[in-house]
Design a protein around this ligand. Structure first.
Ligand SMILES: Cc1ncc(COP(=O)(O)O)c(C=O)c1O
Length: 394
């Protein structure tokens, strides 16, 4: 095995696709400690700066004192502790759905819900840029997968028409993200919702990068566009703007009841530590409070600064906190990230298989905790080495 793996690893190195872990010796925040150096962090999805917020640290400390550090078993085996129930109640209230179910991660939520809804006789129709967790969920389900080019409504309509004609009686699930994780653009949700209704399909909307950032009280894109009541399966994660950990599905009572009975990543996995659930619940409540609105306003101001730095003129196309700086070549993207790091900016180079081959990029994420000067210094550093780089399409 070792010679086979060694060769594969060597291939990765030769193709500039090798990845290694980087040790960070501090909490998440706008400044992190990397190899004894302080660098400005533009790599994290902690959009509202909640991952190290003092009020959440306080909740977590008290919760550990009360609930200890482990959940003991899956919730169906050893019982649901109060923090999990509170979290789900808070999630459902915030998202204004009948019910919610929490999972250990967003990845586990996708891996649980999709196979619970689809079998090998059913159809999944996914945007080409859907996150790996959604595509892996479809693979686990065994359903037939059709992929449409990114945000291409006509192609989605063609797939839906095909599904209804060629597979009468099949369940059809459309999958998309509201904010795309590596491109930062948004889905044309209204058209997608109208199409899935016309073809009597279901929609799974992954709001991982939208919640906290977009919509009233950060409820996401569907709420922002008053379409949330028409989205059957609202997925998200508490690991990004909410600053904690764990995934969720929000939807009807029936859906949640079914998931408790059939979502394997829920049934066959130990529940997240109750202290984590309690902290996530507090974060959901912060999002709905004045403090949450203030954080979102700070984020909004910082996003404006970044848009100006990158000369993004069309705000409508860039409502998110994710700014892709497309480079193309994998090695060039690594070199660009290394040169920014030398100047004190942590910006990750994103390569295949996270994005397609030849579509490597810098992925810049802006948070509410950044200082304006940190953002403008990054803008200056990007412009200084712009060479073959180009800002995101706007
Ligand atoms: C779009 C999207 N969906 C789902 C996930 C998975 O969420 P989690 O990190 O909680 O597993 C991610 C995380 O990278 C993501 O970007």
């Amino acid at each position: 095995m070792s010679s086979w793996l060694g060769k594969r690893l060597q291939d990765l190195r030769e193709n500039s696709l090798y990845r290694q872990l980087r040790l960070v010796d501090s909490a998440q925040g706008p400044i992190v400690q990397l190899n004894d150096r302080s660098v400005v962090n533009f790599s994290s999805n902690d959009y509202l700066g909640l991952a190290n917020a003092s009020d959440l640290r306080e909740v977590a400390r008290a919760a550990v004192e009360k609930w200890g550090v482990g959940a003991g078993a899956s919730r169906l085996v050893c019982g649901t502790q109060a923090p999990h129930a509170t979290l789900e109640q808070n999630l459902a209230e915030w998202k204004q759905t009948e019910a919610a179910l929490s999972f250990t991660s967003g990845y586990a939520a996708a891996g649980g819900v999709i196979p619970a809804l689809l079998t090998k006789d059913d159809i999944a129709i996914a945007d080409k840029l859907c996150h790996a967790s959604l595509l892996d969920g479809v693979k686990l389900s065994g359903a037939i997968l059709r992929v449409f080019p990114h945000n291409n409504i006509q192609a989605l309509e063609n797939h839906l028409a095909w599904a209804r004609k060629a597979h009468q009686g099949a369940r059809v699930l459309v999958l998309t993200e509201s904010v795309f994780s590596m491109d930062g653009d948004v889905a044309p949700l209204k058209e997608i919702v109208e199409l899935k209704d016309r073809f009597e399909a279901m929609l799974l909307l992954d709001e991982a990068h939208a919640v906290g950032v977009i919509g009233p009280h950060g409820r996401g894109l569907a709420a922002a566009e008053a379409l949330d009541k028409r989205v059957e399966i609202q997925m998200g994660t508490m690991s990004k703007a909410l600053g904690v950990s764990g995934g969720y599905i929000c939807g009807s009572l029936e859906l949640i009841e079914w998931l408790i009975n059939r979502a394997r990543s829920f049934i066959f996995s130990t529940a997240p530590p109750p202290a984590v659930a309690e902290t996530a619940a507090a974060s959901v409540r912060i999002l709905q409070s004045k403090a949450g609105d203030e954080r979102r306003e700070r984020l909004g101001r910082n996003l404006n600064v970044m848009r100006q730095e990158l000369a993004v003129t069309n705000e409508g196309a860039h409502r998110s906190a994710i700014f892709p700086w497309i480079i193309g070549d994998e090695q060039e993207a690594l070199d660009a990230a290394a040169s920014l790091l030398a100047k004190g900016f942590l910006v990750p180079a994103i390569r295949y298989p996270t994005v397609a081959k030849g579509k490597a990029r810098l992925r810049i994420t802006v948070t509410a905790s950044h200082e304006e000067t940190q953002i403008s210094s990054l803008g200056e550093a990007l412009r200084a080495r712009s060479g073959g780089l180009r800002p995101p399409d706007s």
